[in-house]
Design a protein around this ligand. Structure first.
Ligand code: ZN
Length: 95
């Protein structure tokens, strides 16, 4: 996986989310230290065979979390988020 490509895609996805959704953490609502979170985590998408480009083209799977909330989530599937299950099903269909 190219780190530079991932960095570039991650940066443009973050800018898109900040412009098109609220520029705050979806969990704790802070506007500080925002990061891009994949609702279906990158580790799982990688294991399913998706490319870096594919992981960043679907804005439905991306959300803003602050660094603390993202660290807490720790690459897990978060089924408290109602989007998790339909997104997982959508990705399973594409494999
Ligand atoms: Zn947060």
């Amino acid at each position: 996986m190219s780190i530079n490509l991932k960095k570039r895609l991650s940066k443009s996805a973050k800018l898109w989310l900040m412009a098109n959704k609220e520029p705050i953490c979806e969990e704790c609502r802070t506007p500080e230290r925002l990061t891009i979170d994949h609702i279906i985590p990158i580790m799982i998408l990688t294991a399913m065979g998706f490319t870096v480009e594919e992981m960043f083209e679907d804005m439905d799977n991306l959300r803003l979390l602050c660094r603390e909330c993202n660290t807490k989530k720790n690459c897990q599937l978060d089924f408290k988020d109602p989007r998790t299950k339909p997104l997982l099903l959508k990705y399973l269909e594409r494999v």
